[in-house]
Design a protein around this ligand. Structure first.
Ligand code: ADP
Length: 503
């Protein structure tokens, strides 16, 4: 099994390794500095003692010289004094020998001094004590050799002490540098360790972020490759489980939606024929007013009106169900705008007159043909005009316009009726949505008309929108693409912006 420690374990291991490295470097550095200090102190003590001993050697030699001095007056050279001084010399030489340690230069200076002193004692001091005076040349040469080698030992000791101090300084500096380099190295190792840790998380986290974005964008088949530290791997697995369950839910929802669409489609279709028959018979009855009494005529009229409403509703439901199933078909072709707009205006005019509303139709000069299914566009326009007629108060003003805007033609229906609030505008194209206001509730409706208008406009590749300020009226606009090689619609001057009487 692959070793995959958790995030906390990785951090713990990282900190432990870092701590151990820093501790090791610090201990080694401090130990080394301590050792250098101790060695230096030992050397300084040793060389000071050696210096002392070389002074003692010098004094012992002076005593030896005094003991072997030729007789001045009554005082004769004494063998005993010479022996004592010589013993002092050799004792000091013994101690000095212990102190030279492994310093070869000092050892050889000391040996030279001892040898020179022995030669001086043998050839100068002893003959003098015995009463034989050596030649002055020999005496002064051998005495000088002893003195010189004593000086050499003293000088050597001093320079050895200086060397030891310089060595200690250099070692202290080097050790400090080494410790600093070690600490920097340990910190670098920590940096590499932590950036490795971060890198090990970055790739799987990046995949998760990308996956979450794609999932949010609607791609429910998104899954991420599970990896990284245990916690992130667990997150990855949880993400995949969530995506599985979302995909399952979406499939189930689609299935239910499909069933609902099929059901609405079938029921609306099955209802259409009987309702058409009822409406036909009711209209036939109302046409024979003379053979009916007042109550019968009223009943026939109610049946005709209700079945007309029912028929509209069934047609709307069928349109929506077809639109959902992708079965709502349009047959777009190059369609002149002016005749289409005027036709709808003519059909709607009686309704406006009935409510004493001022209705104007205006088509901009030379508006090009649109690529559209004329009947469906008429249906959308009729819907918008019916709403303006229904929801605006008696005596209101309603305008229908068509103008070219860039590569499109814009159709607009505006009224100075009650309008809609900002929140309401957000829902106005939702299915079955109707405003809560008293004006709306007084007027009959299903809340389907604008949803169908939106589907139809979008099916044409256009867009629909609503603008309104509550209490000041509403404007519904939709745009349709201009037909390729579309001809401009020639507008009769008399019909342009003619209030009240289009066409
Ligand atoms: P319906 O008219 O059958 O209720 P619609 O989809 O055509 O359904 O309209 C939805 C709702 O939008 C209406 O119920 C009404 O509240 C509001 N509405 C539509 N047109 C207008 C308008 N011109 N002025 C004020 N409110 C409107």
């Amino acid at each position: 099994m692959r070793f995959n420690p958790s995030l906390t374990s990785r951090l713990r291991i990282g900190f432990l390794v870092l701590f151990a490295l820093l501790l090791l470097v610090s201990l080694l550095g401090v130990g080394r500095l301590f050792q250098v200090r101790v060695n230096y102190e030992d050397d300084i003590t040793r060389f000071s003692q050696l210096e002392l001993e070389s002074e003692r050697l010098r004094s012992a030699f002076i005593l030896e010289q005094a003991a072997a001095r030729p007789a001045i007056g009554q005082k004769l050279p004494s063998q005993t004094e010479l022996n004592r001084a010589a013993a002092n010399f050799s004792e000091a030489a013994g101690r000095a020998h212990d102190l030279t340690g492994d310093e070869a230069g000092l050892s050889s200076s000391l040996s030279q001094l001892i040898a020179n002193e022995a030669a001086w004692r043998k050839k100068v001091a002893q003959p003098l004590v015995n009463g034989n005076i050596p030649s002055p040349g020999l005496e002064s040469r051998l005495t000088k050799e002893v003195t010189n080698s004593g000086d050499a030992l003293a000088t050597g000791t001093r320079s050895a002490r200086d060397d030891s101090r310089d060595d200690a300084r250099a070692e202290t500096r080097n050790t400090t540098l080494l410790v600093a380099a070690g600490l920097a190295g340990a910190l670098l190792a920590a940096l590499i360790l932590f950036s490795g840790l971060i890198n090990s998380m970055r790739a799987p986290l990046g995949r998760l972020v990308e996956g979450a974005r794609r999932l949010a964008g609607g791609d429910l088949r998104t899954r991420v490759e599970v990896g990284g530290p245990v916690e992130i791997a667990t997150l990855g697995r949880a993400f995949n489980e969530m995506a599985n369950s979302l995909e399952r839910d979406a499939r189930e929802r689609d299935r239910i939606e499909q069933m609902k669409d099929d059901f609405v489609l079938t029921v609306s279709h099955e209802l259409r024929t009987p309702v058409t028959v009822v409406k036909g018979f009711a209209e036939m009855l109302t046409a024979q007013r003379k053979s009916l009494n007042a109550r019968q005529y009223e009943a026939a009229e109610v049946i005709a009106e209700s079945s007309a409403q029912l028929q509209k509703m069934i047609n709307d439901l069928l349109d929506l169900a077809r639109s959902d199933a992708g079965k709502l078909r349009i047959e777009p072709k190059a369609t002149p705008v002016e005749p289409l707009v005027q036709r709808v205006g003519r059909q709607m005019r009686p309704h406006f007159e009935e409510r004493h509303q001022r209705f104007t139709v205006s088509v901009e000069n030379d508006v090009p043909e649109v690529e559209a299914d004329a009947d469906r566009v008429a249906q959308v326009l009729a819907n918008l005009l019916t709403n303006a007629n229904k929801y605006a108060q008696e005596g209101a003003q309603v305008r229908l316009t068509a103008t070219r805007v860039g590569d499109e033609v814009e159709f607009a229906v505006s009224d100075d009726g009650p309008g809609l609030g900002g929140e309401e505008l957000d829902h106005v194209f939702d299915r079955f949505w109707r405003a809560q206001s008293g004006e709306t509730q007084e007027v009959g409706g299903t809340g389907l008309g604008l949803a169908i208008a939106k589907s139809l406009v979008e099916l044409h590749g256009g867009a629909i929108s609503a603008n309104s300020t509550q209490g000041e009226g509403a404007t519904f606009r939709f745009v349709l693409p201009i037909a390729k090689d579309g001809q401009p619609t020639r507008t009769e001057p008399a019909s342009r912006t003619k209030a009240g009487a289009p066409g």
